[in-house]
Design a protein around this ligand. Structure first.
Ligand SMILES: O=C(CO)[C@@H](O)[C@H](O)[C@H](O)[C@H](O)COP(=O)(O)O
Ligand SMILES: [Zn+2]
Length: 327
């Protein structure tokens, strides 16, 4: 009899776990991604919940601060369920609904991430915490169940576990918390790219951005002057430089590096009608910049990208024309 109840509990948990894997894996991966991006940018993870979910909050924060399955650097995470002085003062002075919201207001910074665990999605203190987090510029993720409750609508991402049973919701929440930790750990065990390489790539991006603006301005000037041949030539160069910029940007994104804003890069001054020496000079500078970058520390894939771009830049220099990029 007893065994039957136990088996039924576990079988039902397995069924909920299967359904969660089927329906929520993509969202969970997206949350792991968001968690990783938050940490890489220097953000902090916060966790909150009531009862069993308070325990989940502490449990998961500890995985980040200490470790999950592998050694890696200490990561900033805090459960908002642990400071009895803050919790009792907030409850006593402002009301129980404020116990997490007050701490979010005190500690949360834009770019931080708040996890809210709730089996009902109806706990007033979590609804308030989500509201204050949003006002303070934090991202919010809720781990929920049933219909998700009103909390579902008040967070950036809601992971709604398909079960009506509180215990199973909590059991799956902790499993999802572990799965997210595991993905973060794995990403963290691949070494961060060399900062010197990242700086070199960012400097090449700025140079390419200036080139794209310059050639676009030259192409439109040629169009204004009804010189179709010349405008085609500058458009070809513009297309190549744009492609170079995209490839370097894509490489940085592959390396999970936040790329720098290029809005401040201005178009260099345009040459007079005798444009060829100016184009040659700038292309020469590009060739030299890529050659210098290839002398620096690069991983093999980044090197391969820069070698291809350098080849295209050498064509630009020799031909003063574009469309030399391998597809
Ligand atoms: O652990 C359990 C039930 O398994 C309880 O302590 C449970 O967490 C508490 O009733 C919470 O207050 C429920 O809050 P919520 O999940 O509805 O937000
Ligand atoms: Zn070029």
């Amino acid at each position: 009899m007893n065994q039957q109840r136990i088996t039924r509990h576990l079988s039902e948990l397995a069924r909920v776990a299967e359904a969660t894997a089927t329906h929520l894996s993509d969202e969970v991966a997206a949350v792991a991604d968001l968690t990783l991006r938050t940490l890489r940018r220097g953000g902090t993870l916060y966790f909150c919940g009531n009862g069993g979910s308070a325990a989940d909050s502490q449990h998961l924060a500890a995985e980040y601060v200490v470790r999950f399955a592998r050694d890696r650097r200490a990561l900033p995470a805090l459960a908002l369920t642990v400071d009895t002085s803050a919790l009792t003062a907030a409850a006593n002075d402002f009301g129980f609904d404020e116990i997490f919201a007050r701490q979010v207001a005190a500690l949360g910074r834009p770019g931080d991430l708040l996890f809210l665990h709730s089996t009902s999605g109806r706990s007033a203190n979590l609804l308030r915490a989500a509201e204050v987090a949003r006002q303070a510029g934090l991202k919010t993720v809720a781990l929920l169940a049933r219909d998700g409750g009103p909390l579902k609508e008040r967070v950036d991402v809601a992971l709604v576990v398909p079960t009506e049973v509180t215990a199973h919701a909590q059991e799956i929440h902790i499993a999802l918390g572990h799965a997210i930790c595991d993905l973060v750990d794995e990403a963290w065990s691949t070494p961060a790219p060399d900062p010197a390489m990242v700086a070199a790539l960012e400097s090449l991006r700025r140079m390419e951005k200036a080139q794209t603006l310059w050639y676009r301005a030259l192409a439109s000037r040629a169009e204004d002057e009804d010189d179709a041949v010349l405008s085609e030539r500058f458009n070809g160069l513009h297309a190549d430089e744009q492609h170079h910029l995209s490839r370097i940007t894509a490489r940085l994104l592959e390396l999970e590096v936040e790329t720098a804003e290029l809005r401040s890069v201005a178009a260099p001054p345009l040459p007079g009608d005798d444009w060829a020496p100016a184009v040659r000079e700038r292309e020469q500078a590009e060739v030299a910049a890529y050659e210098a970058a290839l002398e620096g520390p690069l991983d093999a894939e980044t090197r391969a990208v820069l070698v291809e771009i350098l080849e295209s830049e050498r064509h630009h220099l020799a031909q003063l024309g574009g469309k030399w990029m391998p597809a």
